[in-house]
Design a protein around this ligand. Structure first.
Ligand code: SF4
Length: 335
């Protein structure tokens, strides 16, 4: 396919920038048509092989995988998703399972609150007897936000909706306007409008998967590989980003640390200990934690402060429905 000259492309990009995303300038529209065609041709032969994708045969399976992907990488769910779906093959089976079994099955994925939200969502689906097929219906499920609802609509029903995760946001930002550096990106709302406008009917599942995979393998945040990119001829950011290795922004450490770790790490460890030793007491829990973290905790002279942290975590786990406490013994919630 012929590519426009540098000058005419610049002109087109400037024209594109003055468009609203609702009504693209003719040349911009043609450019995005080319981008979409190239991406849909590139994807089937270049996509990363994720075994879990073959497991997304039903809307429920898509929902489970999207919950897992909310805060866990695509490679990390490779082992967990098949095991989880074997244990809970339908929304009804997940809805009826003891909570403790669901929490145990989720362990290793982190952010355990998702396990409870997912089971609550399964209970809502089981109660209504049909899987919701609209944005409103999906948004009414516990733990389902706008992104997850759109992703389920696209990947389970191939509905033409924008699905903007971090990869789609980065790739479409770079394709829409010249980005000056690797960190630059446009607001999600603007990208969602562009996504809606360029999406050919009936391609939602394929195109969004292609955009996500391009973003995770080629148009990466730190080192975009523009020379290998199937849409470089139509990308206004290539000349700025090609060949540059961008330094990661220094992370702002916003997570407060307690005894060397963020609270969520202590919380995850405590939950795991309770699931391994059902009926453990607070005193035993304190002792095992001290044995597990001797280096960190050997200098903790003020044991009361560490116990206060454990107590606060137990109170929140109890309030959120993870654990039950009876006669001083702590267990996972079974009902
Ligand atoms: S040409 Fe470079 S910046 Fe543009 S989409 Fe491809 S990898 Fe990303």
């Amino acid at each position: 396919m012929p590519t426009s000259s540098h000058g005419s492309r610049e002109k087109e990009f400037r024209a594109g920038m003055s468009d609203t995303t609702h009504s693209l300038h003719h040349a911009t529209r043609k450019r995005f048509d080319r981008v979409v065609t190239k991406l849909l041709a590139w994807h089937p032969v270049n996509k990363p092989q994720y075994a879990w994708r073959a497991l997304r045969r039903t809307p429920y399976e898509v929902l489970v995988s999207e919950f897992m992907l909310q805060q866990t990488g695509a490679r990390q769910i490779e082992k967990k998703l098949p095991v989880f779906l074997k244990l809970f093959p339908t929304a009804k089976r997940l809805a009826q399972a003891p909570r403790s079994t669901v929490i145990r099955a989720w362990q290793g994925l982190g952010y355990n609150r998702r396990a409870i939200n997912l089971q609550n969502a399964a209970q809502a689906i089981a109660a209504r007897r049909t899987f919701p097929k609209t944005l409103e219906g999906l948004l009414a499920l516990p733990g389902v936000g706008e992104y997850t609802a759109s992703a389920v609509l696209a990947f389970a029903f191939n509905v033409d909706v924008p699905v903007v995760d971090v990869n789609v946001q980065r790739v479409l930002s770079r394709l829409w306007k010249p980005m000056e550096d690797a960190h630059a990106k446009l607001p999600v709302r603007e990208i969602a409008e562009l996504d809606r406008t360029i999406l050919p009917p009936g391609t939602s599942a394929n195109l969004h998967e292609a955009l996500m995979d391009l973003g995770s393998t080629v148009c990466t945040k730190q080192k975009p590989r523009c020379a290998e990119c199937p849409v470089r001829g139509d990308c206004p950011s290539a000349k700025n980003l090609h060949g540059i290795r961008h330094q990661p922004k220094p992370k702002r450490n916003i997570e407060e640390r307690f005894f060397g770790h963020p609270r969520r790490i202590w919380r995850g460890r405590i939950l795991k200990l309770i699931s391994e030793a059902e009926g453990i007491t607070a005193m035993e829990l304190d002792r095992v934690l001290r044995e597990d973290y001797p280096t960190i905790l050997k200098n903790v002279l003020d044991t009361r402060e560490f116990q206060e942290l454990q107590k606060a975590i137990l109170v929140s786990l109890h309030a959120e429905g993870f654990i039950a406490i009876r006669n001083g013994r702590i267990t996972l919630t079974h009902e």
